[in-house]
Write a protein that binds this ligand. Structure first.
Ligand code: ADP
Length: 198
């Protein structure tokens, strides 16, 4: 098995790269998606969040009220730490299960937005970082429906390009077209994946 950690700032193109890698045969384990699954109704994760933050973080039909929870943790770093202490171990455990279920010859790509921030680089055979310049990311996030102030605040709260580059084995530049990105993914596959897995 070859384990690839894929990261990059919000709006840099991680999902686009994981889609391109999946098309080449990789198995993608998506941390954001798992983070939603572990707090779905009926999960121990959601129960733990309600114990910590009270029933006001639930919608009328018993699902997690994300905006309500976001408002609580945005204003309070200790609340954020409590939430992370609930969710992060659940995400890691579920991701580990999915990786363990992959066949021994699989190429497993883990899309981990906060790989650098959470110090996980050593968990992977290869760390793949996707970058795009700041204004391009902002424009792409606006096109995705985020407000400009929100987009800039989220970018500023994350690691810098320099911090991500410091742990990268390979950096992809997604400031150009998707075709240009796909060509870089093909080169990455030929130079780093094929030699490792045959
Ligand atoms: P991330 O997963 O890192 O947040 P995405 O892959 O979702 O980033 O890309 C952010 C947005 O920009 C998406 O709407 C995506 O379709 C778009 N996008 C990604 N790469 C390009 C590109 N090279 N050219 C134009 N749009 C792009």
């Amino acid at each position: 098995m070859l384990r690839i950690g894929l990261t990059g700032g919000i709006g840099s193109g991680k999902s686009t790269v994981s889609g391109l890698l999946a098309a080449r045969g990789a198995r993608v384990v998506d941390a954001d998606r798992i983070a939603r699954e572990v707090v779905e109704p009926g999960t121990p994760g959601l129960d733990a969040v309600v114990v910590a933050f009270g029933p006001d973080v639930l919608t009328a039909d018993g699902a997690l009220d994300r905006p309500a929870l976001a408002a609580v943790v945005f204003a309070d770093p200790q609340a954020r730490a409590r939430l992370d202490a609930i969710v992060h171990p659940l995400v890691r455990a579920r991701a580990a299960e999915l990786v363990a279920a992959a066949p021994p010859d699989a190429v497993v790509v883990q899309d981990v937005p906060l790989l650098v921030e959470t110090g996980q680089a050593a968990s992977y055979d290869l760390v793949l970082v996707v970058e795009a310049d700041l204004e391009t990311r902002v424009q792409r996030l606006l096109a995705r429906g985020l407000g400009e102030a929100d987009a800039r605040a989220r970018i500023a709260a994350q690691a810098t390009d320099e911090q991500r580059r410091a742990v990268a084995d390979v950096v992809l530049d997604n400031s150009g077209s998707v075709e240009d990105l796909a060509a870089q993914v093909d080169r990455f596959w030929a130079e780093h994946v094929t030699p490792a897995v045959g």
